[in-house]
Design a protein around this ligand. Structure first.
Ligand SMILES: [Zn+2]
Ligand SMILES: [Zn+2]
Length: 361
């Protein structure tokens, strides 16, 4: 167990770095402060001398209750006033203190040093308020630009044209081939074959594998801090921890195999309505109609799903023409040269779209 010489600072004359075991200041001769703060120097001073080691281990110094002088553990009467130890119950020993490694005092000052962050924070707090809010300006600028960008005003545009498109899916009745696990009763010309229906996980065997695990292998003592002995010396503080070693361990792991399960499957032909290319009609007028199917055998064709789309062409204040899709209910009511409500960009006046809400869409 290593022993180190501590240091302490005088509070009478501000002399720093008095050697720990010394009970009086090297500069002014004042006694150590009553609440003396022993600390470790930057470079530890290890005690090697046997006689000094004995002194270090002899116990904490005591403070005379009569005159406040500091005395060594082995002194039985106060070196300053000759009062015997314990003659007054006010004699006190300097406390022994344990410190973890990162808490060992390295300065005699009791107040903490402020770090750079804390200093910057204090400076910022005391800065004139005009500068404190400077950062708000770029944000305000961005918000103003965004507001202007999204700012829209009411306007109107003129209808200059119409367009429509109508589409009908066509279904054809024909014989198609399917494969399935079940055979529909309407099927014609069926055949049966074996096919993989699914896979089963089947246990094959256990396999022995090895892995590395950590197992406790006793304890060790290590230096985990310092103990202030109350007499101007520090001693290493020891803690105990478990040490581990690697161990190879074998374990069993199950191995599975995917085994295909076969079942009867059917390939069959069946009459079905099959979706074919849709038929379309379109125009640039206000007379929409559905395309008429042109088929040779009407019994084998029928119409399926129908779709329709309607657009208008509008001219804005700047003379630019735009195409807009609208609902049929609105489209059919509009007439050429009608003025209809729209939006334009607040600053530039560019066309931004129809005011569909106002038009009842
Ligand atoms: Zn001093
Ligand atoms: Zn005394």
């Amino acid at each position: 167990m290593a022993i180190y010489i501590a240091l302490w600072d005088c509070r009478t004359c501000s002399h720093t770095g008095n050697l720990g075991p010394h009970t009086n200041c090297a500069a002014c001769g004042a006694a150590r402060p009553k609440q003396v703060q022993f600390y470790m120097p930057e470079k530890p001073i290890t005690v090697e001398d046997e006689a000094e080691l004995q002194k270090a281990k002899s116990g904490a110094d005591w403070i005379c209750g009569h005159c406040t002088a500091h005395n060594k553990a082995w002194e039985t009467i106060c070196r300053a006033c000759a009062n015997p130890r314990d003659a007054a119950s006010d004699d006190v020993s300097i406390e022994e203190k344990e410190y973890n490694e990162n808490e060992v005092p390295i300065t005699g000052k009791r107040e903490r040093q402020l770090n750079a962050n804390e200093l910057a924070h204090i400076r910022e707090k005391n800065a004139p308020s005009s500068k404190r809010f400077l950062w708000l300006f770029p944000i305000a600028l961005v918000m103003i630009v965004l507001t202007l960008f999204f700012w829209e005003t009411e306007s109107n545009v003129q209808v200059t044209g119409f367009q429509w498109e109508r589409e009908t899916d066509m279904l054809h009745y024909e014989i198609v081939t399917h494969e399935d696990w079940n055979l529909p009763s309407e099927a014609i010309e069926s055949s049966r074959f074996q096919a993989i229906h699914h896979y089963n996980k089947v246990f094959v065997r256990n396999e022995t594998r090895t892995r590395t695990v950590q197992v406790p292998a006793g304890t060790e003592r290590y230096v985990c801090g310092k103990v202030s002995k109350g007499n101007g010396y520090f001693a290493d503080k020891y803690c105990t921890r478990t040490i581990y070693r690697d161990k190879q361990e074998s374990y069993q792991t199950p191995i599975y195999q995917d085994v295909p399960i076969y079942q009867n499957k059917y390939r069959y032909k069946i009459w079905e309505w099959v979706k074919k290319d849709p038929i379309r009609a379109k125009g640039k007028n206000q007379n929409p109609e559905w395309a008429k199917p042109a088929v040779s055998d009407a019994s084998k064709w029928k119409e399926g799903e129908k779709r329709q789309k309607y657009w208008i062409w509008v001219r804005d204040k700047k003379g630019e023409v735009h195409q807009e899709e609208v609902k049929y209910s609105i489209w059919q009511k509009l007439k050429l040269k009608d003025k209809i409500p729209s939006f334009e960009q607040g600053v530039s006046g560019s066309y931004k779209g129809l005011d569909l809400e106002k038009m009842g869409q």
